[in-house]
Design a protein around this ligand. Sequence first.
Ligand code: SAH
Length: 250
Amino acid sequence: MPEYDFAAQRLYLDLPLAEGAQCDAPAMVHNYLLNVLRLRAGDVIHVFNGKDGEFRARLFDVSRRHVRLGIEALLRTQTAPGGIDYAFAPLKQARLDYMVQKAVEMGAGRLIPVITNRTQARRLNLDRLRANIIEAAEQCGVLVIPEICEPVGLSTYLAGLPARRLLVFCDERAPAGSPNETLTHRAEDAVDGVSLIVGPEGGFDEGERASILKGSNVIRISLGPRILRADTAAVAALAVVQAALGDWRR
Ligand code: SAH
């Protein structure tokens, strides 16, 4: 397969894609294609749908009202969903948008909003979060579109965890220690995958901490001697988990 062109413009299409197919770009992306990217008939863009891989597509019938695409070569075969579920206490909008985008770039498989006692944002606009997910996937070459789940309460989330899924608990009160050393050699505890949980800006309260630590397959990690903002903790935690247990090892 020729060297992949990561500089190419990428567009997510919620449509079936196959070599030789043709499709109409949804009206909502016309402006983006014609006026933002300033593409014209004959120009090429990379398209993906999160299921069939990524294809070269060529604009071939362009007017103000429609843009027809010819799907050409398969450029990258579809990758499997990320193996790490990222559970987070929703933050205020701007930081939440940022955190969701970084979780996609870091390879999160599913994004699970968990409502804790100190969660600031209890009403979530899931469509907006999904738009952030798609934008992050388009910008950083991710082929899979992580699912954003409906918000759940912490106790419901904990009760729903499979027994053999390892829950990595980012605890700002954890004893000092290298998260990498804590996580390494625990891969055998992650038979049903790995989940990661990060708290709200106000942290977890003592009751929540006790509930999480009561779990049968929980590992508590410190993210260093400084208290990180929750959106910073998201990136730091996903980095150490991907490095010790995830797809950064391959
Ligand atoms: N109560 C503190 C901490 C909240 S930070 C405060 O108000 O500043 C938000 C979340 O990020 C925490 O609940 C935890 O999940 C994670 N976090 C931040 N710093 C961390 C650290 N040094 N070690 C482990 N987790 C951390």
